[in-house]
Ligand binder design. Sequence first.
Ligand code: IMP
Ligand code: MG
Length: 189
Amino acid sequence: MEIEKSALNNVLISETQIRDRIQELGKQISQDYKNQELVLVCVLRGATLFFADLVREISLPLTFEFLQTSSYNDSTEPSKNIEFIRAGDNYIKHKHVLIIEDIIDTGQTLKFLVDHLQSLNPRTIKICTLLDKPSRRQFSVSVDYIGFEIPNVFVIGYGLDYSQMYRNLPYIAVLEATSENTSQPSTNV
Ligand code: IMP
Ligand code: MG
C-alpha cells in the first residue's frame, strides 16, 4: 500500500525503541506504586497498543478502565467536542489512578479528563503518555511519565491514527503532507 511505503520512510520511533522505553516506564511505575493498588485508565482508541504493552511491564495488582474522547474527529485539527462513553460512578473512588494516553498535543483532552476524574474523588491521579508534543501545548497539564518527546509533526502508527487508519503500524511514523508547503496534512488528504 502507498501509505505503508511512505510511512516506512518516515519512521520517527522504531519498534525496538518503543519496546525498550516501555520496559523502562513499566519498571519505574512498578517502583513508584510499590505496595499500592492501581487503576489504569486507558484513553481509547489511540492508547490501546501502548496500554496493552505497558500493562505487561507493570508488576503490581491493578485493574483496567477505558474511556473514549473524540477531539480530532476525522481531521488533524482538534475540535472542542470531547465526550465520555463512561461517566460518573464509583470506579476510581479513593483509588490511585494512572491515565494512559497516546499523545499530548494541546493538552485539552487530558485537562478535560483529569478535571472529570478528579470529581470522582480518586486518591491520586497521574498521567502517563507515550508521546508528548510540548510545543503545541495550550492547556496546562502536569505529565508524570513521558515515553518520548516529539517535535510538532503529525504522527501515525502504534495506535495513533489519521482518519482512523494506520493504527496497526508497529512503529511511529510522521505522516507526510501531500499538499505543497504544508507542515500538517489538510483534512482531505
Ligand atoms: P490534545 O487534546 O490536543 O492534547 O490531543 C490529544 C489527542 O489528539 C490524542 O489523544 C490523539 O488522539 C490526537 N492527536 C494529537 N496529535 C496527534 C498526532 O500527531 N497523530 C495522531 N493523533 C494525534
Ligand atoms: Mg487519542
